[in-house]
Design a protein around this ligand. Structure first.
Ligand SMILES: Nc1nc2c(ncn2[C@@H]2O[C@H](COP(=O)(O)OP(=O)(O)OP(=O)(O)O)[C@@H](O)[C@H]2O)c(=O)[nH]1
Ligand SMILES: [Mg+2]
Length: 375
């Protein structure tokens, strides 16, 4: 039974006269509400991410998608539950022309409209490609707004390809450091990684590697929140892991096989995701959900959790859930969010230095990546 039906059943039980003599689970008959998650894609890349998400989750019970842009033509081909053209006066619907100051002005012009749309959210996910004008200007402004409204937020951001040049990279890193200084939980996918991982794929399928990570993470997050598990995790666990601010790593991996090593293999697939260059071992907290079939053994579940615990360290906050689904015979899927990776912003005078942090324990990059920072 899904959580909505469970809530409906519990609420009905608490008011039903015929159940008067049964033990009551809920004393208060006020119906419980599912959490509301609003996913907001800003600028061209953000609109693309949200379009991909909308195609998969248009009838979600908890996720609503919003596409925001200064560019009317791109917005008109985006798909989302709500589409909002911001800064009609300052940009006239033509886009922010690579100017983050204009992107921010456009957001400020439409701030009240956006505020009305997000004020009832329990969690806001902001997705954007940093480097241009709209995303780099409006995404930090939107995250400031969520913080003023006291709404929990996550940013899912891409950084430009190196070949896009220093102006776009500077736009992106300035926006990123603004966002990190606000203590936002931030997932970063450097596009340069796509160039390394999928150089011969079409542009569309290379972009969809980042898009898939985003969409699958959101789908897994929804399942984790609304589907009851054998070891259950819920929105309160999501809030707990998101209380650890700074850079975050998300991952989803699945395997269909029966050999003994499949458990550690699926966990390592997440930890070694070549799209992400942040070292997950620096995380302070990890929420994961394992989904497997009736054949999933205790030792396999143990090995998966243990791989994350050993990577982060035993003193870190590890929360795990487990769901058994009959259709997962020989299959395992793991979703995880690792949070609380500190960025030593205070040590840097210039935002470009963030990712060039020196070798050694302060480096945010995985050891294998230190010679080839993305930006
Ligand atoms: N992964 C990925 N990156 C994208 C995509 N589209 C654009 N980008 C990246 O995002 C950066 C910003 O591009 P846009 O999102 O088009 O820029 P914008 O925020 O609309 O800014 P303006 O057009 O200047 O107002 C680019 O420099 C690319 O690196 C996409 O679909 N997927
Ligand atoms: Mg644009």
């Amino acid at each position: 039974m899904d959580i909505e039906s469970l809530i409906a059943q519990l609420a009905a039980e608490s008011v039903s006269e015929s159940m008067e003599s049964s033990p009551k689970i809920i004393e208060d008959s006020t119906p419980l509400q599912l959490p509301k998650i609003k996913v907001i894609g800003i600028g061209g890349a953000g609109n693309n991410f949200v379009t991909a998400l909308f195609e998969r989750m248009r009838s979600s019970k908890i996720v609503e998608t919003l596409a925001i842009n200064t560019d009317a033509s791109q917005l008109s081909v985006s798909k989302a539950h709500q589409r909002i053209l911001i800064g009609r006066t300052v940009t006239r619907g033509y886009g922010a022309g690579n100017d983050p100051i204009l992107g921010r002005k456009a957001f400020e012009e439409s701030r009240e409209q956006v505020e009305k749309l997000i004020s009832d959210a329990d969690l806001v996910v902001v997705v954007s490609g940093l480097g241009g004008g709209t995303g780099s200007g409006a995404a930090p402004a939107l995250l400031e707004l969520t913080s003023e409204l006291g709404i929990l937020s996550i940013a899912f951001l891409t950084l430009p390809f190196k070949c896009e040049g220093r102006v776009r990279i500077r736009n992106a890193l300035e926006a990123l450091s603004e966002i990190l200084r606000m203590q936002t939980v931030t997932v970063i996918v450097p596009n340069e990684r796509l160039a390394k991982v999928a150089p011969h794929q079409t542009m569309h399928s290379a972009f969809s590697l980042a898009g898939d990570l985003f969409v699958q993470s959101m789908e897994s997050l929804e399942d984790l929140i609304i589907e009851p598990g054998l070891i259950n995790v819920d929105f309160a666990d999501v809030c707990k892991v998101l209380s650890y601010k700074g850079i975050a790593v998300v991952g989803v991996a699945s395997l269909e096989k029966t050999d003994q090593k499949r458990a550690t293999e699926v966990a390592e697939k997440i930890l070694n995701n070549p799209l992400l260059d942040i070292n997950p071992a620096l995380g302070k907290s990890c929420l994961m959900e394992i989904v497997g079939g009736e054949d999933l053994t205790l030792s396999e579940s143990y090995d998966i959790v243990n791989t994350f615990t050993t990577t982060l360290g035993e003193d870190k906050e590890i929360i795990f859930g487990l769901r058994i689904l009959p259709q997962y015979k020989s299959k395992i899927r793991v979703f995880c969010m690792i949070t609380g990776i500190d960025v030593p912003l205070g040590n840097f005078n210039n935002s470009e230095e963030i990712f060039k942090s020196p070798l050694g324990k302060d480096s945010l990059l995985r050891e294998a990546d230190v010679d080839t920072p993305s930006a």
